[in-house]
Ligand binder design. Sequence first.
Ligand code: SAH
Length: 211
Amino acid sequence: MFEKEREELIQILKTRGIKNENIFAAFRKVERHLFVPEVMRFNAYKDVALPIGQGQTISQPYTVAYMTEALNPKPGQKILEIGTGSGFQAAVLFELGARVFTIERQYDLYNQTLKLFDKLGYKIASRCSDGTIGWSEFAPYDGIIVTAGGPAVPQNLMKQLVLNGKMIIPVGDKTTQTMKIITKFSEDDFDVKEAPYFAFVPLIGKEGWKE
Ligand code: SAH
């Protein structure tokens, strides 16, 4: 179902500058319409964010593709995602062969998405907690991707990144953020690249916004 729409979406991502063929292959496999509420299925392959309940959104496909391209996970790498939401970003990482760990702070969303992963056969480790603290049991991670916008880079997450690992995280105020693409060379040496004008729901937690 929706093969044609998925292909059209991939063409849009190409015109917007996404280049990695592995990402297009993953976008062909992950059926975005299964990650949105049923009434929104016919809008699932438009390049827009959509509401998923609890005041949260499934990110715009371009944003997912952009962050995934920046992270560029290799098969077998351990990736931590903060902000599971619908599970779409986690599913894309899984299809790229990553070992995915994902954290969602809202119990209803966590529970709903856990069931979806089971139903669709995605072997993704999920947890319901404050992701700004990370998930120390499985650290360090080869990559960390934060899909909610915070006021600063959580230091707990920096600590849980391997040397030469990458973190992709939107940082800014509650409405607009700059995407930071961070490479960690050592505990106190990082490279940071930035891309402006992203809009995420707030990252709420110990090292995020207060509720
Ligand atoms: N990656 C998701 C995007 C969901 S929106 C997708 O593909 O659909 C961001 C999500 O981050 C929301 O569900 C929100 O509840 C969650 N969130 C916000 N702060 C968080 C925190 N500190 N820890 C874990 N999840 C958080």
